[in-house]
Design a protein around this ligand. Structure first.
Ligand SMILES: [Zn+2]
Length: 204
């Protein structure tokens, strides 16, 4: 939940003298998948910000994103939009419009993504990072759309699951590389998805 606190500055520790709930996001606590995504978004914010460092723009982003999750929006779409905008605001915006190898404009066709170099590599430059992953033309288009549009425009997108998984892999590889350590929530989401897939197979 989002709350407002009144804090008295102490010599060693500060003391909370008053607390008032601003937004409860009740639906997030009734749905394990949404709760997991919410905790992932919050953890990501924690990793990309420092204590005592004011970030009003990021605060607005997380407050909105938790609201979109609670409203029953496509959780994967919320997560990808949030990741891209958080990265931009934190100074780690991936380069999606120019090749990070040759600086030529990247056209909307099949490309490669390099987590290490921080953006798209054109087919001519793919050898610059052997770990660069192939990205389909439609994923190129969607990533750019998510990075440059506001949520009101983006929220109507309906993406198929394979495309969602491709976008997730690209973003998680980049985020993990950027943070240089794995995220507990990412592992948890992967496990959850594997379990959900098993459950579906059993149900067939
Ligand atoms: Zn290039």
């Amino acid at each position: 939940m989002r709350s407002q606190f009144l804090i008295a500055k102490g010599k060693n520790l500060d003391i909370i003298t008053q607390a008032e709930m601003v937004e409860g996001y009740a639906p997030l606590r009734q749905d394990l998948v949404r709760a997991t995504y919410a905790s992932y978004l919050v953890e990501l914010l924690d990793r990309f910000t420092a204590e005592h460092d004011r970030h009003p723009v990021m605060y607005e982003l997380i407050a909105n994103a938790l609201g979109w999750l609670a409203d029953g929006r496509d959780v994967m779409l919320v997560a990808r939009y949030y990741e891209l905008h958080l990265l931009s605001r934190a100074g780690f915006q991936p380069q999606l419009f120019q090749c990070v190898g040759c600086a030529e404009p990247v056209v909307e066709q099949d490309q490669f993504f390099s987590a290490e170099l921080g953006g798209f590599l054109c087919p001519d430059c793919r050898e610059r990072d052997r770990r660069a992953v192939a990205v389909t033309a439609v994923a190129v288009k969607v990533l750019r759309y998510l990075q440059t549009r506001n949520w009101e425009t983006v929220r109507v997108l309906q993406l198929k699951l394979p495309l969602h998984h491709q976008l997730e892999t690209i973003m998680h590889d980049y985020i993990i590389y950027t943070l240089e350590r794995d995220l507990k929530s990412v592992d948890f989401l992967r496990r959850l998805r594997q379990e959900a897939a098993l459950f579906m197979e059993e149900g067939d």
